[in-house]
Design a protein around this ligand. Structure first.
Ligand SMILES: [Zn+2]
Length: 263
């Protein structure tokens, strides 16, 4: 991933999407917004205890940095499940209930999801001009959210996975993500190669690599071009909101993806 800045707001983007100027996408950090500690500063989470006015302003700042209209946004009430919402311009301003991924082929239908350690999954099919944005922690990974996103792109828009580009954004890395045997057991059936995603870390615990587990899921579905942004949110809690590093009292950073109007 590449770290960039627009209107004083830092964000990360994928090299893989760079040549596709019709795509707008970003993973924001916690820097550049108006919220105060523990939500300092660019918090877009409205259910974490931050002042609603500050959250609203942060969303406006993030959209403005990407030259995206704040009214042409669709978001979701994220519940660590595997529901995928297929949306279009009629959904502008909507919060899609109990959904952890959004898919669209509509221009200026800007998808925004919120993160604090979970994995942002970006998908783009340049042939069909279809995008997908997902949110997967261990529950979403175990429930095969990434795979569900691919299915939705095939079923709703006829996408061919071999054309799809994928980006896996900043998330809690295996360096910091120790899980119990129950979590390891839940992820196990989704993996093609166990060792590269789950390693024993002592005392019956395991370190879980969300990037690798989701990369395997996407590869298994036929996606070949996958860029993994190995940026650990817990190692960089000064730059990202991290549920673990901040011991639960923290904000949410935004991931945004949209297709620009070509006219
Ligand atoms: Zn780490």
């Amino acid at each position: 991933m590449i770290r960039r800045e627009a209107s004083g707001i830092p964000f990360y983007s994928f090299k893989a999407f760079d040549e596709h100027s019709e795509i707008v996408h970003a993973v924001f950090t916690r820097l550049g917004g108006v919220s105060h500690s523990p939500y300092r500063a660019l918090n877009v989470g409205s259910s974490v205890g931050d002042a609603p006015k500050a959250v609203e302003e942060n969303c406006r700042l993030a959209c403005q940095a990407m030259s995206v209209s704040g009214t042409q946004v669709v978001t979701a009430w994220q519940v660590h499940g595997n529901n995928v919402g297929v949306v279009d311009a009629r959904d502008w301003g909507r919060v899609v209930p109990e959904t952890d991924a959004l898919i669209t082929n509509g221009s200026e239908v800007n998808l925004i999801l919120r993160f604090a350690d979970c994995l942002p999954i970006f998908l783009y099919d340049p042939q069909r001009r279809v995008i997908g944005l997902g949110h997967a922690g261990w529950r979403g990974t175990a429930a095969k959210l990434a795979s569900q996103m691919v299915s939705a792109m095939i079923d709703s828009f006829g996408c061919d996975p071999s054309n799809v580009l994928a980006g896996l954004g900043p998330a809690i890395g295996p360096c910091c993500y120790e899980v119990g045997p129950d979590v390891a057991q839940a992820i196990l059936p989704t993996l093609q190669n166990l060792q590269s995603a789950i390693q024993p870390s002592g005392d019956g615990h395991f370190s879980l690599d969300l990037w690798e587990a989701n990369r395997q899921q996407l590869r298994h579905r036929g996606i070949k071009q996958i860029e993994v942004g190995h940026v650990c949110t817990a190692c960089h809690a000064d730059e990202f909101f991290s549920h673990r590093a901040d011991k639960g009292s923290t904000g949410r950073f935004a991931a945004l993806m949209g297709i620009r109007n070509s006219s």
